[in-house]
Design a binder for this molecule. Sequence first.
Ligand code: NAD
Length: 370
Amino acid sequence: MSELAFDHFDFTDDYGPEKVVTVYEPRCGLEGIVVIDNSAAGPTMGGIRMAPDVSVEEVCRLARAMTWKNAMARLRHGGGKAGIRANPRTANREALIRQFGRAIRQLTDYIPAPDMGTNETAMAWIRDEGGRSVGLSRSLGGIPLDESGSTGFGLAIAAEVAEEAGVVALEGATVSIQGFGNVGRPAARFLAERGARLVSVTDLDGTIHDPDGIDIDELVATMDATGGVTAYPRGSRIEGDAFLDLEVDFFVPAARPDVIDSANAGRVGCKVVLQGANIPVTPAGERTLHDRGIVSIPDFVANAGGIICGAVEYAGGSERQAFERIEDTIRQNTREILELARAEGCLLREAAMSIAQRRVSEAMAFRRAD
Ligand code: NAD
């Protein structure tokens, strides 16, 4: 029996989830989860996370984040998410992902996209087995949302709006990033193109810190060769979560959930949190950041680049159209929540939530009542 069967959660309200499906295939060792949170706006779209400890609760929370994100971006898709409980580097990776694709073939109100631990190749296997996915390679007619760096591009647009609002100037700004994968790397590049300097990078192995600036190409080459950031030849190492204390202009969490919480938000040293990861700040953490004057741009506003790309691909659009839509959407939404939060004296997350909830409720009002 899969452990997932015992993985309890307490997470339902008027918005969802509509379906929570667990998949168990003992022959190849597959344990998977699909959560269709809210499909009022259309078939749900969201990533497949592959991680050894991914849980039903985590996928439910991520699916809800997709409901808000897709509504905020005015996509024709509701929110869903999936998880495969395995190490992404496992020897039977292809077999697990293909089996998962077969298992969810009939679950047509969920359209898979890449997330942590999955990529364009995984999406090609899923489509081959299950008939649908986005984030495909160009050779399959897709817009590779990771290769193109769409989410990192959107984060840089949110940073431009923070600059426009007088929070921090991008030229010469210092940047710390946790997680240097498909979100963290392009975010570093797009911010650097706007004059910012990368000074700290954290991954599973630890943190490197160089106030003089980290060479992004050299770091990427180091990571490709060694698998981690800590072999980077310059700068110093930082232990544990002390990277949160660094006095930088931008901190980009781009890894796992709940990185900033009530226990550590009081010592976060940045001026702006650009939420690249999904749900990287707990509600209590958001409150403390707000009280300390730190601008925290919510995940479902700032990191929508990837899913906008996926939706444009699904609708048959081009990469250029996807980037134009990312820029328009994230610029407009970030401006809107900054203005609303200022007018209402509320948190940016509360401002964003009120807009997203209104849009989802409007979509739900068109559904048959019984
Ligand atoms: P990825 O697998 O490409 O990279 C993840 C990075 O985080 C790696 O560098 C890894 O070493 C690091 N990491 C993992 N666990 C860590 C930990 N506990 N501490 C420190 N570092 C850790 O993943 P990704 O696609 O870049 O996604 C990162 C986050 O961004 C996830 O929360 C994902 O849901 C979110 N996100 C991704 C996209 C996208 O387009 N890929 C879009 C929106 C949101």
